[in-house]
Design a protein around this ligand. Structure first.
Ligand code: UD1
Length: 362
């Protein structure tokens, strides 16, 4: 079975890695790895290939940054030629980035089946570009691999035939389980010289970082948190650019216990995450990883497409109002999440289940 596995942006790499590797080892699959180049900085891309022991991409489309239309269109134009030439049986896409919808839309119009890994997640917030990418990708996919019950329920509600939906678990957790031991052997904390007790933060959503008012509110709460607990903040290129653009660099520099780092690789980040007292984030994947690791997570958003992380896990939606962020912080520090659970099928075998289903339905 000839498969094209698509990656484009940072959160795609750890999702495709276990799928691609298992396909390479099998006699049945012939996998080809295509990197769209949506993320291109060494720290946002290459590092992950090395750490996840992924082969160099077979094809690199090099689309780079641009507006949504430019980026999506560039992937479509470039991948169409390649798919026409290769004629794969299935194109596998993951997550909800622009490369995901671009590759799916191109493939389906060439009569190639699309398999969407992490299907069905819904924030019900259509101002998020990712929500649009999720809805559209799901509506044209032939295989919908879901990570949690809400994904299944959302797809049924949207009229997707249940024969196309497969509850397989979470491939991001496959990668986490596989790499946790290796990550724990690193001395990441010692390298950055911070205290043993610390919080870890990531921030990159346009709704948070492209708006001066919102960004200032988040940093106002952060100013209080870092006075209590040092905060390590590997900064996304978008966020770094916007802090500069809004002239907030001095505010940030005045926070003595806020340690800003360049984006970290997968293993150092996993090392810090597994040792942190809590996470502050607007990422989707980190809500899931902290739930698996049973580390409290404050999600700096008003909604989540991953409700299981709140129902069973360690996640709290705190939004961006300083008062609510601090309330969430106090709750987390008071040890409120000791009885959290790991969601069903987040067991390290999701990628294996995906391969079995693709094989069986060939
Ligand atoms: C994208 C995804 C988002 C995902 C995030 C993870 C979409 C719509 N968004 O957002 O869902 O959570 O990736 O990081 O697909 N930049 C660099 N170097 C890079 C990549 C980006 O400097 O390697 C800068 C550029 O200025 C670029 C900006 O970051 O314009 C935003 O990059 P882009 O790929 O458009 O979206 P992300 O914010 O990274």
């Amino acid at each position: 079975m000839k498969i094209v596995n698509i990656v484009g942006a940072r959160p795609n790499f750890m999702k495709i890695a276990p799928i691609h590797r298992k396909m390479q080892r099998s006699d049945f699959f012939n996998p080809i790895l295509v990197h769209t180049g949506q993320h291109y900085d060494e720290k946002m891309s290459k590092t992950f290939f090395v750490e996840l022991e992924m082969p160099e991409p077979d094809i690199y489309l090099g689309v780079g940054s641009g507006s949504h239309a430019e980026q999506t269109a560039a992937v479509m134009v470039k991948i169409e030629k390649y798919l026409q030439q290769e004629k794969p049986d299935v194109v596998v896409v993951v997550g909800d980035v622009n490369s995901t919808i671009a590759a799916s839309l191109t493939a389906v119009k060439l009569g190639i089946k699309v398999a969407h890994v992490e299907a069905g997640l819904r924030s019900n917030d259509r101002t998020m570009p990712e929500e649009i990418n999720r809805i559209l990708t799901d509506s044209i996919s032939e295989y919908l691999f879901v990570t949690e019950q809400s994904g299944y329920d959302n797809l049924i509600r949207e009229g997707i035939a249940k024969e196309k939906i497969f509850f397989v678990g979470n491939v991001m957790i496959d990668s986490l389980i596989e790499h946790l031991e290796k990550a724990s052997e690193l001395n990441t904390l010692e390298e950055y010289g911070t205290a043993d007790d610390f919080a870890l933060m990531t921030l990159h959503r346009p709704s948070n970082v492209d708006n001066k008012n919102v960004l200032s509110q988040i940093f106002s709460a952060l100013s209080e948190i870092q006075a209590d607990l040092p905060v390590i903040f590997p900064i996304h290129p978008r966020t770094e650019k916007m802090l500069h653009h809004f002239g907030l660099e001095e505010t940030v520099a005045s926070m003595k216990n806020l340690h800003i780092l360049q984006p970290l690789g997968y293993l150092p980040f996993l090392n810090l995450m597994s040792r942190a007292k809590l996470l502050l984030t607007d990422s989707g994947g980190i809500q899931e990883e902290t739930t698996y690791l049973k580390i409290p997570c404050l999600t700096l958003r008003e909604n989540t497409e991953r409700p299981i992380t709140i129902e069973l896990g360690t996640n709290q939606l705190v939004g961006v109002e300083p008062e609510n962020i601090l309330k969430g912080y106090n709750k987390a520090m008071n040890g409120s999440f000791q009885n959290s659970q790991i969601p069903p099928l987040w067991d390290g075998n999701a990628s294996q289940r995906i391969l079995e289903i693709l094989h069986k339905t060939d």
